[in-house]
Design a protein around this ligand. Structure first.
Ligand code: COA
Length: 193
């Protein structure tokens, strides 16, 4: 695991601190979720914004995600990112989830958090890292394309936005290290002739 805390500098010069989530972050995490538009939380299967779910899913030591990062401006959480493994039997796979406070978007924070989480995944030797997101998310699509993530599946009308009464498509994109290894092998054989 990388060394934390880490300083992150945004495009407007703001300096933030990224560190691992701690059990005492429940209240700050609750405040953070309160500021996230409901639409942006559709990628979670459940309502994660209540104090009870924060305590049982995120800050409880028994709910062991692989890496949970938060990014802070002073004592306020302004981003949260998780690298979550897929269980004992799918030990080659992990998922990244990322949320940035709306006031801090477009400043490079999402990209830097994603970079940290992806590096965590690669350093832990996951062969397959996936992300799930709702169709029509230009900034996240940009982050993914920089890293070579490819959409692998589109689940049409998979998500129901209860409030708006409409369904949305869910995209699953992945970064497949097996393919990268093959690509590197290909280039190696090409250029070593
Ligand atoms: C997706 C999300 C994490 C991006 O965070 P962010 O801090 O705005 O990301 P960045 O500022 O690093 O921007 C990433 C890229 O998108 C571009 N971008 C930012 N806002 C954009 C917009 N509204 N439209 C198009 N592109 C945009 C940036 O210029 C950057 O591209 P570049 O690297 O080529 O310069 C954030 O919008 C978010 O939390 N969304 C809700 C949750 C979510 O969808 N999470 C992803 C699924 S798990």
């Amino acid at each position: 695991m990388a060394e934390y805390p880490k300083e992150l500098k945004l495009k407007d010069g703001t300096v933030l601190t990224a560190r691992l989530l701690e059990p005492q972050d429940t209240e700050a995490l609750y405040e953070f979720f309160m500021k996230i538009p409901r639409y942006d939380m559709l990628m979670y299967k459940d309502d994660v914004s209540t104090r009870e779910s924060i305590e049982s899913w995120f800050t409880s030591p028994s709910y062991n995600k692989l890496v949970q990062l938060v990014c802070l401006k002073d004592s306020e959480i302004v981003a949260k990112g998780t690298l979550h493994n897929e269980g004992l039997y799918w030990s080659n796979a992990a998922e990244i989830k990322l949320l940035v406070h709306p006031d801090y978007r477009g400043l490079g924070l999402g990209s830097q958090m994603f970079h940290l989480l992806l590096n965590e995944g690669i350093s832990k030797d996951f062969r397959k890292i996936i992300v799930r997101y709702v169709m029509g998310n230009p900034s996240f699509s940009k982050i993914l394309s920089h890293y070579g993530f490819e959409p692998e599946t589109v689940l049409n009308s998979y998500i129901k936005d209860e409030k708006e009464g409409v369904t949305k498509d869910l995209i699953i994109a992945s970064y497949n290290l097996e393919n990268w290894d093959r690509r590197f092998e290909f280039y190696y054989t090409m250029f070593s002739k």
